[in-house]
Design a binder for this molecule. Structure first.
Ligand code: BJW
Length: 282
């Protein structure tokens, strides 16, 4: 299949659903004025249930969370996220790194899932073998209703013992201390130079190698091993679709590349593939 790039026009009228109105996200609430997607893509998606969606920080941008490689604002503007997200940074200055994560945890709790998160939860209900693989640690996919998901880089809302990786979770969260050994607590996320949870990367690779359609959504495609998953899918014959506000190293290699916001493109796609189809059947 040849490379195709589309400049996505926003589907006007799609309603953004937070957790409280997830139950109301029925076909009637979705926009009728959708984008036009290529018919080969529509056929492909309708014909298969084996879909993997890999997401990155860009999908949470429309919920108001900073992406990883955006400039940070305010208090944190003098720090580079890449330099704070390492075990060395934590060893050097645990308070600085813990405070940064506390700030991000707070931002994530205040944020609401956006239409992109909701559309992926809807896709899961319609595609029988759908797997969501996320690099995000913010918990917004789960809050949007996604269930079949793999968190590759952990979860910012959990902690573990930094000093001894103590098996018990007897933690003093307020003091950020492990009660078993007295050591510092760290967020249960994957920093640069650390192995991904073996179970998570195994499940992600297996899903990528089995799928017929692989979406890469809102990720810069530069952090490995996540950035390699699309290649594994493509080598086994999957169609690779990218949705991103800007181009990335994947863009020239994807089968379809949609330049635009995930929160606008994904709901329009779900509507056209599954909801129009079921409407037409009645
Ligand atoms: C929108 C949008 C909208 C905005 N709509 N789009 C092979 C080759 C080279 C290097 C390596 C390699 N294998 C391993 C490495 C080393 C390293 C690595 O990849 N380095 C590269 C940077 C060069 N990888 C690792 O260290 C990994 N571990 C590992 O491989 O272990 C084995 C090993 C160990 C020791 C030695 C050797 C091997 C671990 C990686 C862990 C990454 N951790 C972080 C932090 C998590 C916790 C936290 O959140 O604080 O994960 S770093 C950060 O990057 C975070 C993200 O999940 C990850 C990816 O970022 P993401 O999501 O793509 O965000 P951005 O900001 O980069 O991009 C946002 C995108 O959205 C942009 O493209 C925008 O355009 C777009 N966008 N708004 C659509 N509305």
């Amino acid at each position: 299949m040849s490379l195709t790039s589309y400049q996505a026009a926003p589907p006007r009228g799609f309603r953004i659903a937070g957790p409280s109105n997830l139950g109301k996200l029925k076909p009637a609430n979705l926009s009728r004025r959708s984008m036009n997607f290529p018919s080969s893509l529509i056929q492909n998606l309708r014909a298969t249930g084996k879909i993997v969606a890999l997401t990155g920080a860009g999908i949470s941008a429309e919920s108001g969370l900073a992406t990883f490689r955006d400039a940070q604002t305010g208090l944190w503007s003098k720090f580079k996220p890449e330099e704070l997200a390492t075990a060395d940074a934590f060893r050097r200055d645990p308070k600085l790194v813990s405070d940064w994560y506390a700030w991000r945890r707070d931002q994530a709790l205040k944020a609401e899932p956006n239409a992109g998160h909701v559309a992926l939860a809807e896709m899961e209900k319609r595609a029988p073998e759908f797997v969501l693989v996320t690099q995000n640690v913010d918990g917004l996919h789960r809050r949007a209703g996604s269930k079949r998901m793999v968190e590759l880089h952990g979860n910012i809302h959990r902690f573990r013992c930094f000093e001894n990786d103590c098996a018990s979770d007897n933690f003093d969260i307020d003091q950020q201390r492990c009660r078993s050994c007295g050591g510092n607590l760290r967020p249960d996320v994957v920093w640069f130079g650390e192995m991904l949870p073996p179970d998570a990367i195994e499940r992600a690779v297996a899903a990528a190698e089995l799928c017929d359609v692989f979406f890469s959504i809102g990720t810069s495609s530069v952090v490995y091993p996540a950035a390699d998953l699309w290649r594994r899918a493509k080598e086994r014959g999957a169609v690779v679709i990218e949705i991103n506000k800007d181009s990335t190293p994947l863009t020239p290699l994807a089968d379809f590349s949609f330049l635009g916001k995930a929160g606008e493109i994904l709901p329009a796609l779900v509507e056209q593939i599954w909801i129009h189809e079921s409407d037409n059947a009645h």
